[in-house]
Write a protein of this length. Structure first.
Ligand code: C2E
Ligand code: CA
Ligand code: CA
Length: 418
Protein backbone atom coordinates (compact mmCIF):
# COMPACT_ATOMS: atom_id res chain seq x y z
CA UNK A 1 0.00 0.00 0.00
CA UNK A 2 1.48 3.34 -1.04
CA UNK A 3 1.30 5.92 1.71
CA UNK A 4 0.51 9.51 0.71
CA UNK A 5 3.52 11.82 0.91
CA UNK A 6 1.61 14.52 2.80
CA UNK A 7 0.68 12.00 5.46
CA UNK A 8 4.29 10.89 5.95
CA UNK A 9 5.43 14.52 6.10
CA UNK A 10 2.76 15.49 8.62
CA UNK A 11 3.67 12.46 10.73
CA UNK A 12 7.37 13.31 10.65
CA UNK A 13 6.48 16.84 11.69
CA UNK A 14 4.29 15.59 14.55
CA UNK A 15 7.12 13.33 15.71
CA UNK A 16 9.60 16.21 15.64
CA UNK A 17 7.27 18.57 17.44
CA UNK A 18 6.04 16.09 20.08
CA UNK A 19 6.55 17.46 23.61
CA UNK A 20 8.76 15.34 25.84
CA UNK A 21 6.63 12.56 27.35
CA UNK A 22 3.82 12.90 24.81
CA UNK A 23 2.99 10.35 22.11
CA UNK A 24 2.10 10.38 18.42
CA UNK A 25 -0.58 7.84 17.55
CA UNK A 26 -1.60 6.28 14.25
CA UNK A 27 -4.79 4.33 13.57
CA UNK A 28 -5.29 2.27 10.42
CA UNK A 29 -9.04 2.09 9.75
CA UNK A 30 -10.15 -0.71 7.44
CA UNK A 31 -13.76 -0.79 6.28
CA UNK A 32 -14.76 -4.41 5.90
CA UNK A 33 -17.12 -6.11 3.44
CA UNK A 34 -17.20 -3.04 1.21
CA UNK A 35 -17.68 -5.22 -1.86
CA UNK A 36 -20.76 -6.86 -0.41
CA UNK A 37 -22.10 -3.36 0.27
CA UNK A 38 -21.35 -2.36 -3.32
CA UNK A 39 -23.23 -5.40 -4.57
CA UNK A 40 -26.21 -4.53 -2.38
CA UNK A 41 -26.30 -0.80 -3.20
CA UNK A 42 -24.99 -0.70 -6.71
CA UNK A 43 -21.57 0.78 -7.47
CA UNK A 44 -22.74 4.36 -7.99
CA UNK A 45 -24.26 4.63 -4.51
CA UNK A 46 -21.46 2.64 -2.90
CA UNK A 47 -18.95 5.16 -4.28
CA UNK A 48 -20.30 7.63 -1.72
CA UNK A 49 -19.48 5.29 1.17
CA UNK A 50 -15.83 6.32 1.68
CA UNK A 51 -16.89 9.97 2.02
CA UNK A 52 -19.50 9.01 4.56
CA UNK A 53 -16.87 7.05 6.48
CA UNK A 54 -14.43 9.99 6.36
CA UNK A 55 -17.13 12.34 7.71
CA UNK A 56 -17.93 9.93 10.51
CA UNK A 57 -14.23 9.67 11.40
CA UNK A 58 -13.96 13.46 11.40
CA UNK A 59 -16.91 13.72 13.82
CA UNK A 60 -15.18 11.47 16.33
CA UNK A 61 -11.77 13.17 16.28
CA UNK A 62 -10.14 16.31 17.65
CA UNK A 63 -9.49 19.26 15.35
CA UNK A 64 -5.76 18.60 15.47
CA UNK A 65 -6.11 15.00 14.24
CA UNK A 66 -5.67 14.23 10.54
CA UNK A 67 -7.43 11.70 8.32
CA UNK A 68 -5.87 10.31 5.14
CA UNK A 69 -7.53 8.02 2.66
CA UNK A 70 -4.97 5.42 1.56
CA UNK A 71 -7.04 2.92 -0.41
CA UNK A 72 -10.53 1.99 -1.51
CA UNK A 73 -11.40 0.81 1.98
CA UNK A 74 -8.54 2.09 4.11
CA UNK A 75 -7.84 5.27 6.06
CA UNK A 76 -5.03 6.41 8.30
CA UNK A 77 -5.67 8.66 11.25
CA UNK A 78 -2.78 10.65 12.69
CA UNK A 79 -3.12 11.64 16.35
CA UNK A 80 -0.43 14.18 17.31
CA UNK A 81 0.29 15.15 20.93
CA UNK A 82 -1.31 12.35 22.92
CA UNK A 83 -0.73 12.44 26.65
CA UNK A 84 -0.59 8.68 27.23
CA UNK A 85 -1.28 5.28 25.65
CA UNK A 86 -4.64 5.44 27.42
CA UNK A 87 -5.56 8.51 25.35
CA UNK A 88 -4.62 6.68 22.15
CA UNK A 89 -6.91 3.82 23.10
CA UNK A 90 -9.68 6.23 24.00
CA UNK A 91 -9.51 7.81 20.55
CA UNK A 92 -9.75 4.34 18.96
CA UNK A 93 -12.68 3.34 21.18
CA UNK A 94 -14.42 6.59 20.25
CA UNK A 95 -14.02 5.77 16.56
CA UNK A 96 -15.44 2.28 17.08
CA UNK A 97 -18.42 3.72 18.93
CA UNK A 98 -19.12 6.11 16.04
CA UNK A 99 -19.60 3.12 13.75
CA UNK A 100 -22.26 1.61 15.96
CA UNK A 101 -24.70 4.00 14.31
CA UNK A 102 -25.60 3.47 10.66
CA UNK A 103 -24.14 5.72 7.96
CA UNK A 104 -26.30 7.61 5.53
CA UNK A 105 -25.15 6.66 2.02
CA UNK A 106 -27.38 8.15 -0.67
CA UNK A 107 -30.86 7.11 0.38
CA UNK A 108 -29.64 4.08 2.31
CA UNK A 109 -28.66 3.51 5.90
CA UNK A 110 -25.61 1.26 6.05
CA UNK A 111 -23.90 -0.39 8.99
CA UNK A 112 -20.20 -0.15 8.12
CA UNK A 113 -18.05 -2.76 9.85
CA UNK A 114 -14.62 -1.39 10.65
CA UNK A 115 -11.41 -2.89 12.00
CA UNK A 116 -8.84 -0.61 13.64
CA UNK A 117 -5.13 -1.04 14.16
CA UNK A 118 -3.47 1.28 16.64
CA UNK A 119 0.22 2.02 17.17
CA UNK A 120 2.08 4.90 18.78
CA UNK A 121 5.49 6.44 18.90
CA UNK A 122 7.94 6.18 20.56
CA UNK A 123 6.93 2.77 21.94
CA UNK A 124 6.19 1.02 18.65
CA UNK A 125 8.18 2.98 16.10
CA UNK A 126 10.48 5.95 15.74
CA UNK A 127 9.66 7.25 12.25
CA UNK A 128 6.58 7.90 10.14
CA UNK A 129 6.97 4.93 7.80
CA UNK A 130 7.54 2.44 10.64
CA UNK A 131 4.63 3.87 12.64
CA UNK A 132 2.26 3.45 9.69
CA UNK A 133 3.51 -0.11 9.16
CA UNK A 134 2.85 -0.98 12.79
CA UNK A 135 -0.68 0.40 12.56
CA UNK A 136 -1.23 -1.64 9.38
CA UNK A 137 0.21 -4.74 11.04
CA UNK A 138 -2.17 -4.19 13.95
CA UNK A 139 -5.20 -3.87 11.67
CA UNK A 140 -4.14 -7.05 9.86
CA UNK A 141 -4.13 -8.77 13.24
CA UNK A 142 -7.55 -7.36 14.04
CA UNK A 143 -8.89 -8.66 10.71
CA UNK A 144 -7.27 -12.07 11.16
CA UNK A 145 -8.77 -12.40 14.63
CA UNK A 146 -12.09 -10.93 13.57
CA UNK A 147 -11.82 -8.37 16.37
CA UNK A 148 -12.55 -4.69 15.85
CA UNK A 149 -9.51 -3.17 17.52
CA UNK A 150 -6.01 -4.43 17.82
CA UNK A 151 -3.06 -2.66 19.39
CA UNK A 152 0.42 -2.93 17.91
CA UNK A 153 2.77 -5.16 19.80
CA UNK A 154 5.60 -3.47 21.69
CA UNK A 155 9.01 -3.02 20.10
CA UNK A 156 10.33 -6.22 21.61
CA UNK A 157 12.05 -9.19 20.04
CA UNK A 158 9.59 -9.30 17.13
CA UNK A 159 10.37 -5.76 16.08
CA UNK A 160 14.12 -6.44 16.10
CA UNK A 161 13.67 -9.64 14.12
CA UNK A 162 11.44 -7.78 11.68
CA UNK A 163 14.15 -5.20 11.05
CA UNK A 164 16.66 -7.99 10.36
CA UNK A 165 14.17 -9.65 8.04
CA UNK A 166 13.56 -6.44 6.14
CA UNK A 167 17.31 -6.10 5.59
CA UNK A 168 17.58 -9.78 4.63
CA UNK A 169 14.90 -9.49 1.94
CA UNK A 170 16.41 -6.28 0.56
CA UNK A 171 19.91 -7.77 0.68
CA UNK A 172 18.78 -10.99 -1.00
CA UNK A 173 19.90 -13.03 2.01
CA UNK A 174 17.01 -15.47 1.85
CA UNK A 175 17.25 -18.62 -0.20
CA UNK A 176 14.85 -21.19 -1.58
CA UNK A 177 14.72 -24.94 -1.22
CA UNK A 178 12.49 -27.14 -3.36
CA UNK A 179 10.43 -30.14 -2.34
CA UNK A 180 9.16 -32.61 -4.96
CA UNK A 181 5.47 -33.38 -5.34
CA UNK A 182 5.13 -36.82 -6.87
CA UNK A 183 2.23 -38.15 -8.97
CA UNK A 184 1.01 -41.52 -7.66
CA UNK A 185 -0.20 -42.52 -11.12
CA UNK A 186 3.31 -42.99 -12.54
CA UNK A 187 5.54 -41.96 -9.62
CA UNK A 188 6.88 -39.11 -11.72
CA UNK A 189 7.74 -35.77 -10.25
CA UNK A 190 4.76 -33.52 -10.95
CA UNK A 191 5.99 -30.32 -9.33
CA UNK A 192 8.53 -28.71 -7.04
CA UNK A 193 7.30 -26.53 -4.19
CA UNK A 194 9.54 -23.53 -3.49
CA UNK A 195 10.04 -22.95 0.27
CA UNK A 196 11.89 -19.97 1.69
CA UNK A 197 14.86 -20.33 4.04
CA UNK A 198 16.58 -17.65 6.09
CA UNK A 199 20.01 -18.13 7.50
CA UNK A 200 20.72 -15.00 9.52
CA UNK A 201 24.45 -14.50 10.14
CA UNK A 202 23.78 -13.34 13.72
CA UNK A 203 20.86 -15.55 14.70
CA UNK A 204 21.45 -18.72 12.71
CA UNK A 205 18.57 -20.44 10.87
CA UNK A 206 15.17 -18.80 11.42
CA UNK A 207 12.23 -21.08 10.59
CA UNK A 208 9.67 -19.96 7.99
CA UNK A 209 6.99 -20.71 10.56
CA UNK A 210 8.51 -17.80 12.47
CA UNK A 211 9.49 -15.34 9.75
CA UNK A 212 6.62 -15.76 7.26
CA UNK A 213 3.89 -14.78 9.77
CA UNK A 214 6.17 -12.02 11.05
CA UNK A 215 6.57 -10.65 7.52
CA UNK A 216 2.81 -10.67 7.18
CA UNK A 217 2.17 -8.88 10.44
CA UNK A 218 5.00 -6.43 9.90
CA UNK A 219 4.03 -5.12 6.48
CA UNK A 220 6.63 -7.14 4.55
CA UNK A 221 4.23 -9.58 2.89
CA UNK A 222 4.49 -7.91 -0.51
CA UNK A 223 8.31 -7.78 -0.36
CA UNK A 224 8.55 -11.44 0.64
CA UNK A 225 6.12 -12.50 -2.08
CA UNK A 226 7.96 -10.55 -4.74
CA UNK A 227 11.22 -12.07 -3.59
CA UNK A 228 9.90 -15.70 -3.59
CA UNK A 229 8.21 -15.22 -6.93
CA UNK A 230 11.30 -13.95 -8.72
CA UNK A 231 13.70 -16.39 -7.01
CA UNK A 232 11.44 -19.39 -7.69
CA UNK A 233 10.86 -18.53 -11.34
CA UNK A 234 14.56 -17.97 -11.94
CA UNK A 235 15.35 -21.46 -10.63
CA UNK A 236 12.37 -22.95 -12.41
CA UNK A 237 13.50 -21.61 -15.77
CA UNK A 238 16.60 -23.74 -15.22
CA UNK A 239 14.67 -26.86 -14.20
CA UNK A 240 12.44 -26.59 -17.29
CA UNK A 241 15.44 -27.00 -19.59
CA UNK A 242 15.93 -30.61 -18.46
CA UNK A 243 12.42 -31.40 -17.17
CA UNK A 244 9.82 -29.47 -19.20
CA UNK A 245 6.83 -31.25 -17.63
CA UNK A 246 7.69 -30.34 -14.04
CA UNK A 247 5.71 -27.49 -12.52
CA UNK A 248 6.76 -25.04 -9.86
CA UNK A 249 4.53 -24.37 -6.83
CA UNK A 250 4.91 -20.95 -5.23
CA UNK A 251 3.40 -19.90 -1.88
CA UNK A 252 1.57 -16.63 -1.83
CA UNK A 253 1.13 -14.68 1.35
CA UNK A 254 -2.52 -14.21 2.35
CA UNK A 255 -1.89 -10.48 2.68
CA UNK A 256 -1.02 -9.94 -0.98
CA UNK A 257 -3.70 -12.27 -2.22
CA UNK A 258 -6.41 -9.63 -2.18
CA UNK A 259 -4.20 -6.85 -3.52
CA UNK A 260 -4.81 -5.19 -6.86
CA UNK A 261 -2.09 -5.77 -9.47
CA UNK A 262 -1.14 -9.21 -8.17
CA UNK A 263 -1.90 -11.04 -11.40
CA UNK A 264 -0.06 -8.43 -13.47
CA UNK A 265 2.96 -8.75 -11.19
CA UNK A 266 3.04 -12.52 -11.63
CA UNK A 267 2.63 -12.25 -15.40
CA UNK A 268 5.51 -9.76 -15.57
CA UNK A 269 7.73 -12.09 -13.54
CA UNK A 270 6.84 -15.03 -15.81
CA UNK A 271 7.84 -13.08 -18.88
CA UNK A 272 11.15 -11.97 -17.36
CA UNK A 273 12.20 -15.57 -16.82
CA UNK A 274 10.44 -16.97 -19.90
CA UNK A 275 8.43 -19.42 -17.81
CA UNK A 276 5.04 -20.50 -19.24
CA UNK A 277 2.09 -19.80 -16.92
CA UNK A 278 0.93 -23.40 -17.26
CA UNK A 279 4.04 -24.64 -15.51
CA UNK A 280 3.38 -22.61 -12.35
CA UNK A 281 0.97 -23.34 -9.52
CA UNK A 282 0.15 -20.57 -7.05
CA UNK A 283 -0.50 -21.88 -3.53
CA UNK A 284 -2.74 -19.91 -1.24
CA UNK A 285 -4.00 -21.12 2.12
CA UNK A 286 -7.58 -22.00 2.75
CA UNK A 287 -7.72 -19.45 5.57
CA UNK A 288 -6.64 -16.67 3.19
CA UNK A 289 -9.25 -17.69 0.65
CA UNK A 290 -12.01 -17.72 3.27
CA UNK A 291 -11.16 -14.24 4.58
CA UNK A 292 -13.12 -12.66 1.76
CA UNK A 293 -14.58 -15.44 -0.41
CA UNK A 294 -15.91 -13.07 -3.02
CA UNK A 295 -12.59 -11.30 -3.70
CA UNK A 296 -10.82 -14.66 -3.55
CA UNK A 297 -13.07 -16.19 -6.17
CA UNK A 298 -12.29 -13.26 -8.44
CA UNK A 299 -8.52 -13.41 -7.85
CA UNK A 300 -8.47 -17.16 -8.37
CA UNK A 301 -10.37 -16.76 -11.64
CA UNK A 302 -7.96 -14.08 -12.81
CA UNK A 303 -4.99 -16.35 -12.04
CA UNK A 304 -6.68 -19.19 -13.92
CA UNK A 305 -7.48 -16.91 -16.85
CA UNK A 306 -3.80 -16.25 -17.50
CA UNK A 307 -3.15 -20.00 -17.40
CA UNK A 308 -1.72 -20.47 -13.91
CA UNK A 309 -2.58 -23.43 -11.71
CA UNK A 310 -4.07 -22.59 -8.32
CA UNK A 311 -3.78 -24.76 -5.22
CA UNK A 312 -5.72 -24.34 -1.99
CA UNK A 313 -3.07 -25.02 0.65
CA UNK A 314 -3.52 -26.50 4.13
CA UNK A 315 -7.01 -27.66 3.20
CA UNK A 316 -8.95 -28.86 6.23
CA UNK A 317 -6.91 -26.93 8.75
CA UNK A 318 -9.29 -23.98 8.99
CA UNK A 319 -13.04 -23.84 8.75
CA UNK A 320 -13.37 -25.38 5.33
CA UNK A 321 -16.59 -24.75 3.62
CA UNK A 322 -17.25 -27.35 0.97
CA UNK A 323 -19.86 -25.18 -0.65
CA UNK A 324 -17.24 -22.55 -1.47
CA UNK A 325 -15.26 -25.07 -3.51
CA UNK A 326 -17.97 -24.71 -6.09
CA UNK A 327 -17.09 -21.03 -6.43
CA UNK A 328 -13.29 -21.32 -6.22
CA UNK A 329 -11.83 -22.34 -9.56
CA UNK A 330 -8.86 -24.15 -7.94
CA UNK A 331 -6.90 -26.76 -9.86
CA UNK A 332 -5.50 -28.47 -6.76
CA UNK A 333 -6.42 -29.15 -3.18
CA UNK A 334 -3.52 -29.67 -0.79
CA UNK A 335 -4.80 -31.75 2.09
CA UNK A 336 -3.17 -30.60 5.31
CA UNK A 337 -0.45 -32.64 7.02
CA UNK A 338 -2.57 -32.99 10.14
CA UNK A 339 -4.89 -35.31 8.16
CA UNK A 340 -2.12 -37.20 6.34
CA UNK A 341 -0.42 -37.91 9.65
CA UNK A 342 -3.46 -39.79 11.00
CA UNK A 343 -4.77 -41.73 8.01
CA UNK A 344 -3.13 -44.99 9.11
CA UNK A 345 -4.27 -45.13 12.70
CA UNK A 346 -7.52 -43.21 12.63
CA UNK A 347 -10.42 -44.62 10.70
CA UNK A 348 -12.45 -41.40 10.72
CA UNK A 349 -9.54 -39.36 9.34
CA UNK A 350 -9.06 -41.95 6.60
CA UNK A 351 -12.73 -41.69 5.63
CA UNK A 352 -12.58 -37.91 5.71
CA UNK A 353 -9.53 -37.82 3.43
CA UNK A 354 -11.27 -40.34 1.15
CA UNK A 355 -14.28 -38.02 1.01
CA UNK A 356 -12.10 -34.99 0.22
CA UNK A 357 -10.41 -36.90 -2.62
CA UNK A 358 -13.76 -38.02 -4.04
CA UNK A 359 -15.21 -34.54 -3.76
CA UNK A 360 -12.19 -32.97 -5.46
CA UNK A 361 -12.31 -35.57 -8.25
CA UNK A 362 -15.97 -34.78 -8.83
CA UNK A 363 -15.03 -31.13 -9.32
CA UNK A 364 -12.09 -31.93 -11.59
CA UNK A 365 -9.60 -30.79 -8.92
CA UNK A 366 -6.36 -32.71 -8.26
CA UNK A 367 -5.42 -33.65 -4.72
CA UNK A 368 -2.01 -33.45 -3.05
CA UNK A 369 -1.47 -35.02 0.37
CA UNK A 370 1.25 -33.20 2.30
CA UNK A 371 3.51 -34.59 5.01
CA UNK A 372 3.84 -38.23 3.86
CA UNK A 373 6.53 -39.68 6.11
CA UNK A 374 6.18 -43.46 5.86
CA UNK A 375 5.26 -46.30 3.51
CA UNK A 376 2.09 -47.26 5.38
CA UNK A 377 0.68 -43.75 4.92
CA UNK A 378 1.65 -43.74 1.25
CA UNK A 379 -0.20 -47.05 0.74
CA UNK A 380 -3.40 -45.71 2.33
CA UNK A 381 -3.26 -42.65 0.09
CA UNK A 382 -2.79 -44.84 -2.98
CA UNK A 383 -5.85 -46.85 -1.91
CA UNK A 384 -7.90 -43.69 -1.38
CA UNK A 385 -7.14 -42.53 -4.91
CA UNK A 386 -5.13 -39.43 -3.98
CA UNK A 387 -3.42 -37.96 -7.06
CA UNK A 388 -0.15 -36.59 -5.69
CA UNK A 389 1.95 -36.83 -2.55
CA UNK A 390 4.61 -34.71 -0.91
CA UNK A 391 6.66 -35.43 2.18
CA UNK A 392 9.90 -36.52 3.77
CA UNK A 393 9.37 -40.13 2.58
CA UNK A 394 9.81 -38.95 -1.01
CA UNK A 395 12.26 -36.16 -0.34
CA UNK A 396 13.01 -33.40 2.09
CA UNK A 397 13.14 -29.91 0.59
CA UNK A 398 16.52 -29.57 -1.15
CA UNK A 399 18.73 -26.76 -2.39
CA UNK A 400 18.61 -25.95 -6.13
CA UNK A 401 22.03 -27.49 -6.64
CA UNK A 402 20.65 -30.96 -5.79
CA UNK A 403 17.57 -30.78 -8.01
CA UNK A 404 19.17 -31.93 -11.26
CA UNK A 405 20.44 -35.15 -9.74
CA UNK A 406 17.17 -35.87 -7.97
CA UNK A 407 15.07 -35.31 -11.08
CA UNK A 408 17.39 -37.48 -13.19
CA UNK A 409 17.27 -40.33 -10.67
CA UNK A 410 13.47 -40.12 -10.55
CA UNK A 411 12.82 -40.22 -14.26
CA UNK A 412 10.16 -42.89 -15.05
CA UNK A 413 12.64 -45.68 -15.89
CA UNK A 414 14.19 -45.58 -12.41
CA UNK A 415 11.26 -44.24 -10.42
CA UNK A 416 11.24 -45.21 -6.76
CA UNK A 417 9.67 -43.65 -3.72
CA UNK A 418 12.66 -43.97 -1.41
P1 C2E B 1 3.47 -25.10 3.59
O1 C2E B 1 3.24 -24.28 2.38
O2 C2E B 1 2.35 -25.93 4.07
O3 C2E B 1 4.75 -25.98 3.26
C1 C2E B 1 4.92 -27.31 3.65
C2 C2E B 1 5.73 -27.40 4.90
O4 C2E B 1 5.77 -28.77 5.35
C3 C2E B 1 7.21 -27.04 4.68
O5 C2E B 1 7.66 -26.44 5.89
C4 C2E B 1 7.85 -28.40 4.47
O6 C2E B 1 9.24 -28.40 4.73
C5 C2E B 1 7.10 -29.22 5.47
N1 C2E B 1 7.10 -30.65 5.15
C6 C2E B 1 7.19 -31.23 3.94
N2 C2E B 1 7.12 -32.57 4.04
C7 C2E B 1 6.98 -32.86 5.35
C8 C2E B 1 6.86 -34.10 6.10
O7 C2E B 1 6.86 -35.19 5.57
N3 C2E B 1 6.71 -33.97 7.45
C9 C2E B 1 6.70 -32.77 8.08
N4 C2E B 1 6.56 -32.77 9.40
N5 C2E B 1 6.83 -31.59 7.41
C10 C2E B 1 6.96 -31.65 6.05
P2 C2E B 1 8.56 -25.14 5.88
O8 C2E B 1 9.49 -25.16 4.72
O9 C2E B 1 9.10 -25.02 7.25
O10 C2E B 1 7.50 -23.98 5.60
C11 C2E B 1 6.51 -23.68 6.53
C12 C2E B 1 5.48 -22.76 5.96
O11 C2E B 1 6.03 -21.46 5.70
C13 C2E B 1 4.92 -23.21 4.61
O12 C2E B 1 3.94 -24.17 4.83
C14 C2E B 1 4.39 -21.92 4.05
O13 C2E B 1 3.13 -21.64 4.59
C15 C2E B 1 5.37 -20.91 4.57
N6 C2E B 1 6.34 -20.57 3.52
C16 C2E B 1 7.51 -21.19 3.21
N7 C2E B 1 8.12 -20.52 2.19
C17 C2E B 1 7.33 -19.48 1.85
C18 C2E B 1 7.42 -18.42 0.88
O14 C2E B 1 8.38 -18.31 0.09
N8 C2E B 1 6.41 -17.51 0.83
C19 C2E B 1 5.33 -17.62 1.68
N9 C2E B 1 4.36 -16.71 1.58
N10 C2E B 1 5.21 -18.60 2.59
C20 C2E B 1 6.20 -19.52 2.69
CA1 CA C 1 2.49 -24.58 0.45
CA1 CA D 1 0.58 -26.82 3.31
Amino acid sequence: MNLPGDMLQATERALREAQPGSLVGMIHVHVRRIRQIAVALGHAQAAALPDAVATRLRDALRGSDHIYRIGSQDFMVLLPQLLSPGHAELAAQRLLREFERPLQVGDHLIMAVVALGLAWSPEHAGDADALARRATAAVDDAIARSTRLHLARGAGEDALLLEDLRAAIRGNELSLVFQPIVALRDRRIAALEALARWHCPRRGDVSPDRFVPLAEQGGLAADLTRWSLYAALREHADVLRSAPAVRCAINLSPRVFAEAGLVEQIVAALSIWGVPAASVVIEVTETAVMEDPEVSARTLSALRDVGLGVAIDDFGRGYSSFSYLRQFPATELKIDQSFTRDVVRDDRTRRLVGAMVTLAKGLGIETVCEGVEDDATLQVLVDLGCDNVQGYLLSRPMPCGDLGRWIASHSPATATTG
